[in-house]
Design a protein around this ligand. Structure first.
Ligand code: COI
Length: 355
């Protein structure tokens, strides 16, 4: 593989002094990776350059029709100081599945990982040390054709930026209240719900904002046809524990196939829990919460890893999940997965990859 050219920044930014106050996705490193696509050259000219704004034509397609996809993964510093990525090829594979649905040309996944490794080698000083922190990695592709006709772009830019980050939620692993959205929907089968298209996140903003103003952290999304079956929570997948059985909505085309989701289901199997991926109605969830048979609920995603659900509000009724605190399965899953991510536990599935 050809080496990737690096143009170093003339001046470097000051690194955050207090790693307990990083927040999520607010600080960016000194360099970024860029690669361009045109039909003649394919994906070409992968390079690392100083982090800086892009200059774009106001008629660029992405700005009007939203042909854009992204990924999110984390790079952890282990106890020996080495950097580790968590299942990075799964992210580039998923990016290619998103690309196929969004008419974006396929990437060379190996080349992208190699590019990311080079970027991380340049930026290794930015990976934070403190517990609960990581260097968040954001690969993105945008359509760059200039013009207002609605059609597939012929040119694209791929880029990776890095952000030293703390917990996604300010309060870390703390139970949150969730509002069950029974009017607006995030995605429908046949649409783009299974992709990490920017548009899915745009579509979620309004309901999220309304829920927040009502005092809830996020919304629970129901399916777009019956408005009855559970899909996702905020921008995360969701799981429910009924004693030792963990139930999560099956992947149906409108749900994002989360890498954290897959990791937790795999660990749950390893630990001897019964795992069910199936259709789940909101009635079943409420009945389970009311009767106490449903003992825990938690969101799963790269950013927060695991996010316990303390209560749910649906059509005016509020139910508490378990005792409203962090359940033992939720805590166990968080501890087990973050230990593997940080290189502190046996990793039988080979998920944690040294940079
Ligand atoms: C995640 O949980 O990693 C997400 O997808 C949220 C991200 C868009 C900030």
């Amino acid at each position: 593989m050809q080496s990737i050219p690096v143009r170093y920044a003339q001046t470097l930014k000051e690194k955050p002094a207090d790693e307990t106050k990083l927040g999520f996705g607010k600080i960016f490193t000194d360099h970024m990776l860029i690669m361009d696509y045109d039909p003649e050259h394919g994906w070409h000219d992968m390079r690392i350059v100083p982090y800086a704004p892009f200059s774009m034509d106001p008629a660029s397609m992405v700005l009007h029709y939203g042909q854009a996809i992204f990924e999110g993964l984390k790079c952890y510093r282990d106890a020996s100081g080495a950097l580790r990525l968590f299942r990075p090829m799964d992210n580039f594979r998923r990016m290619n599945r998103s690309a196929a649905r969004m008419c974006i040309p396929q990437l060379d996944e190996e080349a992208c990982l190699e590019g990311l490794r080079t970027l991380l080698a340049v930026e290794q000083g930015w990976a934070p040390h403190a517990e609960g922190t990581a260097l968040y990695v954001r690969p993105t592709i945008i359509a760059t054709d200039v013009g207002l006709g609605v059609h597939v772009s012929h040119t694209y830019r791929f880029f990776i930026i890095l952000s030293p980050s703390g917990a996604y939620y300010q309060d870390g692993l703390a139970p949150v209240g969730i509002y069950v959205e029974d009017e607006l929907v995030r995605a429908v089968r046949g649409g783009i719900g299974f992709t990490k298209a920017a548009a899915n996140y745009a579509a979620s903003l309004y309901a999220g904002d309304v829920a927040e103003r009502k005092g809830y952290a996020q919304v629970l999304w129901l399916d777009g046809v019956h408005q009855r079956y559970i899909e996702e929570v905020g921008s995360m997948n969701i799981m429910f524990a009924f004693g030792d059985t963990i139930v999560t909505p099956m992947l149906n085309g409108s749900i994002l196939p989360g890498i954290t989701r897959d990791s937790i289901l795999t660990l749950a199997n390893d630990f001897g829990y019964t795992v069910e991926e199936r259709r789940m109605s909101i009635e079943e969830v409420f009945e389970g919460a009311r009767s106490g048979k449903m003992t825990e609920a938690f969101g799963t995603g790269t950013a927060a890893v695991v996010s316990p659900v303390g209560s749910l509000c649906w059509k005016g009724e509020v139910v508490r999940i378990g005792d409203g605190g962090i359940g033992p399965i939720t805590q166990r899953m968080y501890d087990a997965l973050t230990a593997i991510q940080r290189g502190e536990a046996a990793d039988p599935h080979g998920w944690s990859v040294l940079v």
